[in-house]
Design a protein around this ligand. Structure first.
Ligand code: G16
Ligand code: MG
Length: 221
């Protein structure tokens, strides 16, 4: 039986993935760097600086340290503008119900988002209190697909990684969950989340009992 569920934020609980996409696209356009859907998919779950580096590499653009920081700030300002008007209505379908189901079952809940804006977003969504721990992205040494963030969440919760279910929409995030030794529930397209033990299209299809009691997911590699 799982004792904790550790959720990603962007693309799982709320659709900020499209805001990140929009802000990065705007930056790429200004730099005249080509930015398509497939590339945006690869950026999901990747932290801010690593994302910018991937965009610059794609355009063969080199910048100095000060310009790099400036570009990061520009993207974040645009992103913060987009999330500024978020409300409870921006919870994805089934997200609130899934969090409640996990709580009611007596399991602990963690948030593993590499976004430094995660606390702001949780406040806007009105769900800060539902989490027993929110990993501070500012303290991480390595981003997803490194398991650090999921291991940190499990340690905060006092639960062994093998007793945790991780929930992710990004390939990098699923890889991080598996590297942490946890079971991975993918949200989205099975073709990009091949490493997950199970994939559902959204949290509106989240049925905790299935993972808890039938647990085919626990037996997967
Ligand atoms: C999220 C997004 C990424 C974003 C990262 C950093 O990760 O998926 O696209 O680059 O956060 O966000 P920020 O610039 O707000 O610090 P996660 O882990 O929530 O999927
Ligand atoms: Mg995500």
């Amino acid at each position: 039986h799982f004792r904790a569920v550790i959720f990603d934020l962007d693309g799982v609980i709320t659709d900020t993935a499209r805001y990140h996409h929009r802000a990065w696209k705007r930056l790429a356009d200004e730099l005249n760097i080509d930015f398509d859907e497939a590339f945006a998919e690869n950026l999901k779950g990747i932290d801010r600086r690593a994302s910018l580096q991937m965009i610059l590499d794609r355009g063969n653009v080199a910048v100095d340290g000060a310009e790099f920081e400036h570009l990061c700030e520009m993207k974040n300002d645009w992103y913060r503008e987009l999330i500024g008007s978020m409300t409870r209505d921006d919870l994805l379908p089934g997200a609130f119900e899934a969090l409640k189901a996990v709580r009611n079952a007596g399991l602990r809940i963690g948030l593993a988002s590499v976004s430094r804006n995660a606390p702001t977003i949780l406040e806007r969504l009105g769900i800060t209190d539902m989490f027993d721990t929110v990993v501070d992205a500012g303290l991480l040494k390595r981003g997803k697909p490194d398991p650090e963030i999921f291991l940190k969440a499990a340690a905060d919760l006092g639960v062994d990684p093998e007793d945790c279910l991780g929930v992710e929409d990004a390939a990098s995030g699923v890889a991080a969950i598996k590297a942490a030794g946890m079971a991975a529930l993918g949200i989205g397209n099975p073709s990009v989340l091949g490493q997950a033990d199970a994939v559902i299209s959204g949290l509106d299809d989240f049925i905790l009992d299935e993972y808890l009691f039938e647990a085919p997911i626990e037996q997967a590699s």
